[in-house]
Design a protein around this ligand. Structure first.
Ligand code: ACM
Length: 529
């Protein structure tokens, strides 16, 4: 028996699981602490993100050829579809048929929607494993989805096998658990982004922020301003062809993410980072002249023309079409690095842009530079500072948080996935320093910005900027495994966080990432098998 950790006042004791699953016995007494091979971790010990509580006990469930997935007819079509998705996810590695059937009365994997379920909140769940089946209980379909993702980590990496007996009770620490992908600097297809959605959702990340526009490219079709995509989409860093998504493609991605309980937050970056738009429409420029398209990686040189009324027609048209396409509550309007926009103009522009978002029924997210202007009521600030960010800039964010603005934490020297791991990392940048896997994980979002209490932290997000990232291989290499740390920081309770435990659980994910052909960095300091 091993005392794993103390969380939520519960002493979690993880025992041996009986003959079929006695993998704890594989850990030899002469193994050095902390260097155990990942196989030494029993299934309930290796969950990532760490659950609020996991208690192993009793005989387990034989996941095999006879397993069915059960949903109650009364739970409705959404839960039925969720059952189909879980079946598909489990079928791949197991090779089992896993039919989805009506009625949660019999043996098998049971998806139970129970609006009265206690202690699980909106996204949490309970998972109970016993010889007659595995019961997933949640108040919402999202909670059932997360339960299913936990189950995926409890079954064998491949083939049938025993899921140990026991109970997991779980719920997230933060409501917003996000990752951002920049498809503006280098273009990526909807199919490539869908793959990331699958990778993220299995670790309970629930928000995908899409950086859709920047100096180097405009990536979404806008009916009222067609040259944005047709001309502005035709460039990217390094001179490649670029590309853009049609509205149908965007809808397809939003729907795909939605089926995995991932909300899409689209970003139109303004008033800076707009060369692609300025290049597409001469009338958006103060001097009436359209610049060339841009394929370098400088930042901070472009600005919308704050004095022109046409600028606000553009903002209204673009955000209006985007709001209509986007079921989620947020529109991100950028607001970073507007270095050529005078401060008063910046504030005036952001006032109007925020009002447009509100008129289209959405809530603003902006990079934390908005704190130096006038954040609208309810606006969310995304902090991307780092250890060397001037105190006055941090103080502005703290003041905004005190005034009621929720904060998303994306510290560049912790969560920017484009920062190199170390000096040997080929892709990536290093302006915020190197970010090894331990540094990305070992900090507490609830106590990160002095003066911003946990209650003001909406959540965490890991952005991946793509100035230097042009391929799926490099994207995955930079994101994995650091984005798993983001997932745990967003989901797991503060008392469950700890590098030494985490790195062993991270190592245990290696075979799963390998099975999914994820090109991840086998970071030093993690006992990969
Ligand atoms: C940013 O990295 N400019 C938000």
């Amino acid at each position: 028996m091993r005392v794993l950790r103390r969380t939520l006042g519960t002493l979690l004791v993880l025992g041996t699981f009986g003959a079929a699953v006695s993998c704890t016995a594989a850990r030899g007494d002469d193994a050095r602490p902390g260097d155990d091979p990942p196989a030494a971790l029993a299934p309930f010990e290796r969950l990532l993100p760490a659950p609020a509580s996991a208690r192993a006990g009793g005989p387990g469930y034989a996941f095999g050829a006879g397993t069915v997935i059960r949903t109650a007819t009364a739970s409705g079509e959404e839960v039925r579809q969720l059952g189909e998705l879980l079946a598909e996810q489990l079928r791949g590695p197991s090779g089992l048929p896993l039919p989805v059937v009506d009625g949660v009365g019999g043996d098998g994997i049971r998806l139970r929607l129970d609006e009265e379920a206690e202690g699980v909140g909106d996204e949490g769940y309970r998972l109970e494993s016993a010889p007659d089946g595995i019961t997933l209980t949640a108040r919402t379909p999202a909670g059932l989805f997360h339960a299913g993702q936990t189950l995926r980590q409890l079954v064998p990496v491949a083939g049938p096998g025993i899921v140990p007996g026991g109970t997991v009770e779980d719920r997230p620490r933060f409501a917003y658990r996000g990752a951002m992908i920049d498809i503006a600097r280098h273009f990526f297809t909807v199919e490539q982004v869908k793959r990331y959605v699958d990778q993220l959702a299995q670790y309970k990340v629930n928000t995908l922020h899409l950086h859709l526009t920047d100096d180097q490219g405009w990536r979404l079709a806008v009916d009222s301003w067609p040259r944005l995509a047709e001309h502005g989409g035709g460039s990217e860093v390094g001179g490649g062809p670029g590309g853009y998504w049609t509205k149908d493609e965007y809808r397809e991605l939003v729907a795909y993410a939605g089926e995995r309980y991932v909300d899409v937050v689209p970003e139109i970056d303004m008033p800076g980072h707009v060369n692609a738009a300025l290049s597409s429409y001469a009338e958006l420029n103060c001097d009436g002249k359209a610049p060339e398209r841009y394929t370098g990686i400088k930042v901070g040189f472009s600005s919308l023309c704050v004095a022109k009324e046409r600028t606000y027609e553009f903002v209204d048209d673009v955000l209006g079409e985007l709001a209509e396409l986007t079921p989620g509550r947020y529109l991100h309007i950028g607001g970073d690095e507007a270095h050529t926009t005078p401060a008063a103009d910046y504030a005036a522009f952001m006032d109007r842009a925020q009002a447009v978002v509100g008129r289209h029924g959405k809530t603003v997210i902006a990079w934390h530079q908005l704190a130096a202007a006038r954040p609208a009521g309810g606006a969310v600030l995304q902090y991307w500072g780092h250890d060397k960010t001037p105190a006055a800039e941090k103080a502005g964010v703290v003041a905004a948080a005190k005034a009621g603005h929720p904060v998303i934490l994306s510290p560049a020297d912790r969560l920017y996935l484009d920062m190199k791991y170390d000096a040997t990392t080929k892709p990536g940048l290093a302006w915020a320093g190197h970010v090894p896997v331990e540094r990305a994980y070992s900090w507490d979002p609830g106590a990160y910005l002095a003066g911003v209490p946990e209650s003001a932290v909406l959540g965490v997000e890991a952005p991946l900027w793509t100035e230097t990232i042009a391929t799926r291989a490099d994207w995955e290499y930079m994101a994995f495994p650091r984005v798993l740390g983001l997932a745990e920081l967003g989901w797991s309770q503060a008392g469950s966080l700890g590098w030494d435990d985490y790195r062993r659980r991270l190592a245990a994910q290696g075979p799963r990432l390998d099975a999914q052909e994820v090109n991840f960095h086998r970071a030093p300091g993690v006992p990969w098998s």
